[in-house]
Each structure stands twice: as structure tokens, then as C-alpha cells.
Write a protein that binds this ligand. Structure first.
Ligand code: ADP
Ligand code: 5GP
Length: 185
């Protein structure tokens, strides 16, 4: 029988560097796949449908919820996001480690349904560093940046609910810490 794959759930405020660090982690460690979420948000320049997200209409998203196609879902700063079951369940059964980049409400839903999930909260070295990363990325309007920073203040309070907290000071170091967490679980 194949040993089951692990489920790694990474949350953290927008702009903290989750995508960057997960990208490095996936190069460091084999036998690991990223769970591509469905979202009603519009693609950013360079984002590809089916790679970064499945970009879907509100109608299609609601249909996925209705049909129980999503393992979890939540609203984040005006858009809906959800994890398709198809991204997670069969891969874990086949021994592949799956990594989810999802916000705090979704992470709580996953931990409840799959208590074996390893949950990691990624925190910035400071709120100022977070703001400059979010601005530096240059992908959001001023209004969205302010909403995301406001949300970040609330999210940071939830770090103690996670199994681990990793500070993203330097992306390569943070990725190595995530790899070590996976190796010891
Ligand atoms: P998230 O996925 O958490 O929203 P991103 O991975 O898109 O965040 O990173 C936001 C911005 O911060 C990007 O421009 C990225 O290059 C930059 N960044 C990521 N990690 C660090 C770091 N440790 N130090 C400085 N900048 C970083
Ligand atoms: P962004 O719009 O910056 O890509 O993502 C915004 C937030 O949505 C991030 O906190 C990200 O982790 C979260 N997110 C992405 N996909 C999902 C998902 O499938 N479910 C949930 N609950 N959150 C998600």
C-alpha cells in the first residue's frame, strides 16, 4: 500500500511572500504538488488559468459550492476562493504531498475536516515590511492594498491557532524551515 501524502496548509497576510516561498519549497523537495484554487478574482498580469488559479465566474463558483466540489471556501476582500477536492484528495491517496496557500477561515475548515493537515502561519518580520512588499509587488490598487493591510492586522492575531509560525525574513531560509517542518511530520 502506498503511504499517504502529507497536506501542508500555508496561511498568512497578503504580500507576506507565501507564493514566493512555496515556489522555492517545491524546488527543494520532490513529490509535492500545489493545490490550484478556484477564485472569482481577476487574473493579475502573468497569472495563468489552471496554473495560479482557476479563474471562474461567480455563477461557476456558486455551482462548485452547490455540488460540494470544494473542500473549503471563503470570501477574502470581496472575492471568493476555494480549494477543489480534485486538487487534494486523490493526490494524497497516491502518496503525493499537497500544499495549500489559503487564508485563515479556509485553513480552519481544512484542519477540522483533515486534522492530520500540517498548518503553518507565515508572518512578516514587521507590518512595515509587509506594507512595502505589498506595495512593491505593484499588483493592487491603493484601495485594495489598504483593505488587505487591514485584513492582515486581524489575521496576524490568529497565528497561535496554527501548528507552526514561520517568519519570512529571507525567502530561501523560510522555504528551508518549511521543508524541515514537513520532514519531521
Ligand atoms: P503572497 O503570496 O503572500 O501574497 P508574494 O509571494 O506575492 O506574497 O510576495 C509579495 C512580494 O514580496 C513579492 O514582490 C515578492 O517578491 C516579495 N517578497 C517575498 N518574500 C520576501 C522577503 N523575504 N523579503 C522581501 N521581499 C519578499
Ligand atoms: P490573492 O488574491 O492575493 O492571490 O489571495 C488572497 C488570499 O486568498 C490569500 O490569503 C490566499 O492565501 C487566499 N486563498 C487563495 N486560494 C484560496 C482558497 O482556495 N481558499 C481560501 N480559503 N483562501 C484562498
Amino acid at each position: 500500500m502506498t503511504e499517504k501524502g502529507k497536506l501542508l496548509v500555508v496561511s498568512g497576510p497578503s504580500g507576506v511572500g507565501k507564493s514566493t516561498v512555496i515556489g522555492i519549497l517545491m524546488k527543494l523537495r520532490g513529490n509535492m504538488e500545489f493545490s490550484v484554487s478556484a477564485t472569482t478574482r481577476s487574473p493579475r498580469p502573468g497569472e495563468q488559468d489552471g496554473v495560479d488559479y482557476f479563474f471562474v465566474s461567480r455563477e461557476r463558483f456558486d455551482e462548485m459550492v452547490e455540488n460540494d466540489e470544494l473542500l473549503e471556501h471563503a470570501t477574502f476582500v470581496g472575492n471568493s476562493y476555494g480549494t477543489p477536492r480534485s486538487q487534494v484528495e486523490s493526490r494524497i491517496e497516491n502518496g503525493i504531498t499537497v500544499v495549500l496557500d489559503i487564508e485563515v477561515q479556509g485553513a480552519a475548515q481544512v484542519k477540522e475536516k483533515m486534522p492530520e493537515a500540517i498548518t503553518v502561519f507565515m508572518a512578516p518580520p514587521s507590518l512595515d515590511a509587509l506594507e512595502s512588499r505589498l506595495r512593491g509587488r505593484g499588483t493592487e490598487t491603493e484601495e485594495t492594498i489598504l483593505s488587505r493591510l487591514e485584513t492582515a492586522r486581524r489575521e496576524l492575531l490568529l497565528a497561535p491557532r496554527y501548528d507552526y509560525t514561520v517568519i519570512n525574513d529571507v525567502p530561501e531560509r523560510a522555504a528551508e524551515e518549511l521543508r524541515d517542518i514537513l520532514d519531521k511530520n
